[in-house]
Design a protein around this ligand. Structure first.
Ligand code: S3P
Length: 435
């Protein structure tokens, strides 16, 4: 969160060069911690992204009695206790800014025989939790809180759950994961019908732990009561973090960046397909198989063209839309983003704050209920802009400063620590390197 630190002043470098490693995938890191905590045995996790969001998950799991060692070098060892081994926390579980922490944790807590209270920062307390608590209540959970149990702080009186068949109203991996975790603790079978495919890290990790999740098109089925065994996880780099550098290189006139070891799970890496459609000069070399594919990505200055982004593609790139909107300001033609109303209930109203921020830098961007229309290319000009306590907006504006003439003065730059500690240092480094 912003600490009221002085604004960050940014100037466009003449060239961008270098090789980067981004933090470990945030979505996979949360799951590696949580799913191994409710499994039996010890799991070694390497490469986890340990920004403030994943730290919230880690802290809460420790409060629930899970021993998690940090031997150094970014390694973690989770000593799983099995679902039944979790213990009532003595205090409120504070999820900070992290929607994934709160939503996945609610799915676990609902089925455990003790009381818990979850809360978060101002942004998280304003985000919709009814999408989670409504179906959990249908499964038998007792949850109360503000807005009839649809906004945090939330009190969970955990207990026995039963499986349900449920049509999910939003294509949300957080909702899906929460219900799969509740389904694992429930009696009987839980069947989830999705409207579109969302990131499948939970399903992949559960499978690696020996838990069967049947997938039939858009329908997932899990039988309750299956035991999960700890699994070691080597977390790949976060494609959502890498996207900032891909877009930086694509829009900068003299850029050549290589990103090492980036996770490119197709349910998650829609940004790659969109950048290709926009004719970005991008090379993807797959370097690892396994359930979570990994690649090195090289990207250079590009003449981008406009595209249309919408429909079932949206969940595969939802977090990259602020940065893609920036890319569209440099693309020839009108880029239209539709079907992305979910952006309004992220860490901020990302449709509103992205449009405002980019407009301040000189973009021609029109806000829609469910997206944007961006006409490009427009030259960007340095200005005073605000990160609105939203890490992805702050990083998008920071990348915008790389091509904005003059000085960009970014307020609230420190909120990037939520997902990407070290972002500003890397930004400075790639702009100061010479061949
Ligand atoms: C996430 C899923 C997405 C994404 C969020 C992380 C996850 O949210 O926006 O940053 O790790 O499951 P929704 O599933 O709610 O769309």
């Amino acid at each position: 969160m912003s600490t009221g630190a002085p604004p960050t002043r940014l100037r466009p470098p003449a060239r961008l060069r270098g090789e980067l490693r981004v933090p470990g995938d945030k979505s996979i890191s949360h799951r590696a911690l949580l799913l191994n905590s409710i499994a039996t045995g010890a799991a070694r996790i390497t490469g986890a992204g340990l920004g403030a969001d994943c730290r919230s998950t880690l802290r809460n799991l420790r409060q629930l009695g899970v021993k998690i060692d940090e031997p150094g070098d970014g390694k973690l060892v989770v000593h799983g206790r099995g679902l039944a081994g979790l213990r009532e926390a003595e205090d409120t579980l504070d999820c900070g800014n992290s929607g994934t922490t709160m939503r996945l944790l609610l799915g676990v807590l609902a089925g455990l025989p003790f009381s818990s209270t979850v809360t978060g920062d101002k942004s998280l307390r304003g985000r919709p939790m009814g999408r989670i608590t409504d179906p959990l209540r249908q499964m038998g959970a007792r949850i109360s809180g503000r807005n009839d149990g649809r906004k945090a702080p939330l009190a969970v009186e955990g207990g026995e759950l039963h499986g349900i068949e449920y049509k999910m109203p939003v294509a949300s991996a957080q909702l899906k994961s929460s219900l799969l975790l509740a389904g694992l603790a429930a009696k009987g079978r839980t069947v989830l019908h999705q409207t579109a495919v969302s990131r499948d890290h939970t399903e992949l990790m559960l499978a690696a732990q020996g838990v069967a999740v049947q997938s039939d098109g858009l329908t997932l089925t899990i039988e309750g009561g299956q035991p999960a065994s700890a699994v070691d996880i080597d977390v790949p780099g976060d494609v959502s973090s890498a996207a900032f550098w891909m877009i930086a290189a694509a829009i900068h006139p003299d850029a050549d960046l290589t990103l090492r070891n980036v996770g490119i799970n197709p349910t998650r890496a829609g940004v790659l397909a969109v950048l290709r459609r926009m004719r970005a000069d991008i090379q993807i070399e797959e370097i690892g198989g396994g359930p979570e594919p990994v690649a090195d990505i090289r990207i250079r200055s590009s003449q981008l063209c406009a595209t249309r982004i919408g429909g079932t593609e949206i969940p595969t790139l939802i977090d990259e839309l602020p940065a893609l909107a920036l890319a569209a300001t440099q693309a020839e033609g009108a880029t239209e983003v539709r079907d992305a109303a979910e952006l309004r209930v992220k860490e901020s109203d990302r449709i509103a704050v992205t449009a405002t921020g980019l407009r301040h830098l000189g973009a021609d961007i029109q806000e829609l209920d469910d997206g944007f229309i961006i006409n490009g290319p427009t030259p960007l000009v340095g200005a005073a802009v605000d990160g609105h306590d939203d890490h992805r907006l702050a990083m998008s504006l920071g990348v915008g400063s790389l091509i904005a003439t003059g000085e960009t003065v970014l307020h609230g730059a420190d909120c990037v620590d939520v997902s990407y500690p070290g972002f500003w240092e890397q930004l400075a480094r790639i702009g100061s390197q010479h061949d």
